[in-house]
Design a protein around this ligand. Structure first.
Ligand code: FES
Length: 181
C-alpha cells in the first residue's frame, strides 16, 4: 500500500476546529460539525490528525475517493492508526494498526479477525468474523471544498473511547516526556 504523509492540525492550517465563522450561506454544515480543512489539502496529505472539541484526536483519511474519520488511537492498546496500512479483508476495507496488526473496518469501526471453524479438522479452515464495533467512527461531510467532522455521540461506550480520555492522554504525554534511564 502506498504510504501517505500524515499531517497534524497544526501543520494543516491555522483555521479553528470549530464550525467555520463564515459558513457557506446555503448547504451549511450541521451546527455540531467541526471544520477539518480543505478537501484538496486532505486529499494531498492522504491522512491527517486533528484534535476536535479540544479533546478528541481524530484521524481523517482519504482513500479511493472516500473520506473517513475515526478515533485516532486503536481500540486495542492505543496504537497510532495514522501509520496503519489500508487493506481489504473479506471484501471490506480496513486500517491495519501498526502495533499489533488488528484490522478495523473503515466504514463501521468493526474489529475483524480470522476464526478457525474446527481446530480438530486439518487443514484448518478459517473465516473472517467481526468482533463488533470497537473503534468510534465519525461522520465526514464536505461542503464547498471544506471537510467537516461531526463527532459520533452514540452514548454506548466504544472501546476506542478509553484512549480519548484526559487520563490516558496525560499518562501518555508523561511517558513520552519521561527521561530515559
Ligand atoms: S494497539 Fe492496535 S493492534 Fe494493538
Amino acid at each position: 500500500m502506498k504510504k501517505t504523509d500524515v499531517r497534524s492540525d497544526q501543520e494543516m492550517s491555522s483555521e479553528e476546529d470549530t464550525p467555520s465563522s463564515s459558513p457557506p450561506p446555503s448547504s451549511s454544515p450541521a451546527p455540531a460539525s467541526h471544520l477539518i480543512g480543505s478537501k484538496e489539502d486532505i486529499v494531498k496529505a492522504g491522512r491527517l490528525i486533528k484534535t476536535v472539541n479540544g479533546c478528541r484526536e481524530i484521524l481523517v483519511l482519504y482513500h479511493q475517493g472516500t473520506l473517513h474519520a475515526m478515533d485516532m488511537r486503536c481500540y486495542h492498546a492505543g496504537g497510532p492508526l495514522q501509520h496503519g496500512d489500508i487493506e481489504e479483508f473479506n471484501g471490506r476495507l480496513c486500517i491495519v494498526c501498526p502495533w499489533h496488526k488488528y484490522k478495523i473496518t473503515l466504514a463501521e469501526g468493526e474489529g475483524l479477525y480470522q476464526a478457525v471453524d474446527d481446530p480438530t479438522v486439518k487443514p484448518l479452515r478459517t473465516h473472517w468474523r467481526s468482533k463488533g464495533v470497537k473503534q468510534r467512527i465519525h461522520k465526514v461531510t464536505e461542503v464547498k471544498g471544506s471537510v467537516y467532522v461531526t463527532l459520533n455521540d452514540c452514548s454506548e461506550a466504544i472501546e476506542s473511547d478509553v484512549y480519548q480520555t484526559e487520563r490516558y492522554r496525560t499518562g501518555s504525554i508523561q511517558a513520552q516526556t519521561k527521561p530515559k534511564p
